[in-house]
Design a protein around this ligand. Structure first.
Ligand SMILES: C[S@@+](CC[C@H](N)C(=O)[O-])C[C@H]1O[C@@H](n2cnc3c(N)ncnc32)[C@H](O)[C@@H]1O
Length: 191
């Protein structure tokens, strides 16, 4: 399917992607963007790139995220995933499924009660009334350019409690990013 992507469309999409995702689509990525958009349009009811852009900017894509959040809230995991958790913690926080739930585990209500799943765009300002003991930001920075990574890491620093921890992915590092964390070991930092 051939689609039309005008100069204006390209600049609209690059700006949107940079603002929302911190990913810089320079002109060399034009064909890539065009191919991705063609795939999306083919599989959907959008009639043009402009139509899709309007959808993204005018309607939040909550339809896609809400089912994912609801699945997460249920707290049901298959036994292969729970098997990696130390046995004492498994017993304390998970209930083993029976009958049709055999092979699955459910997070116990005591733990479920204190967990909140929310949609959050890392490019948005962080809540100023909330601090965290630990932040896991694993395998997410790969998408962002250095200035965006630096801003993000420093936003994380600001919301972490003193002596709190900051975890990044095993294959990531903060090299080239100016930050105030203490390095503890690969992927682990502390405020
Ligand atoms: C490679 S996955 C890593 C997921 C998980 N942290 C892990 O280590 O398994 C990258 C995730 O980053 C999320 N992501 C990318 N840009 C984001 C943004 N601007 N705000 C929030 N999440 C973002 C994607 O939706 C995706 O779920």
């Amino acid at each position: 399917m051939q689609i039309e992507l005008t100069e204006k469309d390209f600049s609209n999409f690059s700006k949107l992607i940079y603002d929302k995702c911190g990913i810089n689509l320079h002109n060399g990525k034009r064909e890539l963007l065009k191919a991705r958009l063609a795939t999306i349009l083919r599989k959907s009811d959008f009639t043009s790139v402009k139509d899709y852009y309007r959808y993204l900017t005018e309607k939040a894509s909550d339809q896609e995220i809400i089912p994912l959040l609801n699945t997460a809230k249920q707290g049901i995991y298959d036994k292969d995933r729970v098997g990696k958790i130390p046995y004492q913690l498994q017993r304390a926080y998970f209930k083993k499924g029976i009958r049709k739930w055999q092979g699955f585990y459910r997070v116990k209500p005591e733990l479920q009660k204190v967990i909140k799943f929310e949609r959050f765009n890392l490019m948005d300002p962080f809540p100023s009334n909330h601090t965290f003991d630990v932040v896991f930001l694993r395998n997410v920075m790969i998408y962002f350019d250095k200035p965006t990574q630096e801003k993000l890491v420093n936003k994380c620093y600001d919301i972490i409690e003193r002596d709190g921890y900051f975890f990044i992915g095993h294959s990531e590092s903060l090299t080239g990013v100016k930050h105030k964390f203490k390095y503890i070991e690969p992927s682990v930092y502390r405020k």
